[in-house]
Design a protein around this ligand. Structure first.
Ligand code: CU
Length: 414
């Protein structure tokens, strides 16, 4: 009996070893970092990122790159996400593999939180300076207070070189140029080290003598006072006075060395400049919209009316960062992330030019693996089966018009 038990134990140990080893060698490359697991309806109905551009795909350490683009703050913002009255333009990277040298919304520098308005479209730019070598999936991202992170499309960017050569020089208003990467580090180490040492010295002073049992006995025998001698009292006073003197003196010397300091700059930035969108001459009515469960596509019946003076065709449907394109009308030239780009993902039952004044009802299918990979298909688990997205129409001269659509999205199971 014991023999069998031993064998079982041995075998399970071997199995465990194999599992652990296998797990060590299995290193999946995640192509999305957080957004997939967020509710699909939330990703489709909050912020729509478009016209994104990553200026480089490979950057040496200390070089900069920019991510620019636009975002539309969806009108039908979900109830469960606080309105973006206090939002912060962030960048989604695993720690400061880049540093953010600057970020702008509508041309204004936005180091602080900003106030965004529903229904408005904004232009943004983020300047990144490469710091840590590696392959990084860089996302644009908006943090909404009371709402959480709203993650934009991510693209792989490679940083080459060595992190030890990274510098972050800043010239202060007092005329000094410092390297923020290492500035004041020795000072921080010194003071933490010194105070820690003083704390340890105090403990050691007492711990020279037996700490617990003899003292416990002395106190219980009513001889507690005998444990603290006259020397002990002097040492205690020395520590107390020394601490006060050190605090006062170092505070004075710090004020002398840095006579000009300001408080932390903070506070919400209001009045962000939105893009003046041209008057819309195309109107789109979503007659119905469905998606197959399981499946990789969604279908919409759209009634498109062209009130402009040039014939138009539908080139793109964009939702939750996934771009479904009709290659006959529009192609991506920005190097948009492959996994989010459905180059031939948009099929329109009749995508011939829609002449001015005309109206037409068409079947539109947006189909791509991204629908499943990015778990938009998981709308079936959401408590609000509605979608929203952007339609891009192109006229004969190549001018683009953006139309936002928003409707219930009904699953079909058979
Ligand atoms: Cu990512």
């Amino acid at each position: 009996m014991k023999l069998i038990k031993d064998k079982v134990a041995k075998l399970s140990f071997v199995a465990l070893l194999i599992t652990v080893t296998a797990a060590m060698f299995y290193a999946p490359t995640a192509s999305a970092h957080g957004e997939k697991s967020q509710a699909a309806f939330m990703r489709m109905r909050t912020i729509h990122w478009f016209d994104l551009n990553w200026s480089k795909e490979e950057v040496p350490v200390n070089d900069t790159m920019t991510i620019s683009g636009k975002f539309y703050v969806f009108n039908g913002w979900p109830e469960t996400v606080d309105k973006p009255e206090i939002s912060f333009l962030n960048i989604g990277v695993p720690g400061p593999v880049f540093i953010r040298a600057g970020s702008w919304i509508g041309g204004q520098l936005v180091p602080r939180s900003v106030s965004l308005e529903l229904g408005e479209t904004y232009e943004f730019k983020v300047l990144l300076k490469a710091r840590r070598p590696g392959d990084w999936h860089v996302h644009t991202m908006m943090n909404v207070k009371g709402g959480g992170p709203i993650i934009g499309p991510g693209k792989w960017v490679t940083i080459t070189g060595s992190m030890s050569s990274f510098v972050n020089p800043i010239t202060t208003l007092t005329g000094e140029t410092i390297n923020l990467e290492t500035y004041n580090l020795e000072n921080t180490y010194f003071w933490h080290g010194l105070w820690y040492a003083i704390g340890v010295a105090w403990l050691f002073y007492w711990a020279r003598k037996p700490i617990f049992v003899p003292r416990l006995i002395a106190v219980e025998a009513g001889k507690g006072d005998s444990l603290i001698t006259a020397t002990d009292k002097k040492v205690a006073l020395g520590f107390a006075v020394g601490t006060l003197v050190l605090v006062a003196a170092s505070m004075a010397s710090t004020n002398e060395k840095y006579p000009i300091t300001t408080p932390l700059q903070a506070g919400l930035l209001r009045g962000m400049k939105a893009i003046e969108m041209p008057a819309r001459t195309i109107s789109v009515k979503v007659d119905d919209a469905t998606y197959r469960v399981p499946g990789r596509a969604m279908q919409m019946t759209l009634t498109i009316t062209n009130n402009g003076d040039s014939a138009v065709r539908l080139g793109e449907f964009n939702t939750a960062g996934v771009r479904f394109m009709d290659p006959a009308v529009s192609q991506d030239e920005t190097g948009y992330p492959d996994d989010l780009l459905a180059e031939e993902g948009l099929t329109v039952s009749d995508n011939s030019a829609l002449a001015p004044g005309q109206s037409r009802t068409v079947q539109v299918t947006a189909s791509d693996a991204a629908w499943e990979v990015y778990r938009l298909a998981d709308l079936i688990y959401d408590p609000d089966s509605r979608f929203a997205g952007l339609l891009f129409f192109y006229d004969e001269a190549g001018n683009r018009q953006m139309i936002t659509i928003d409707a219930p999205l009904i699953p079909s199971f058979i």
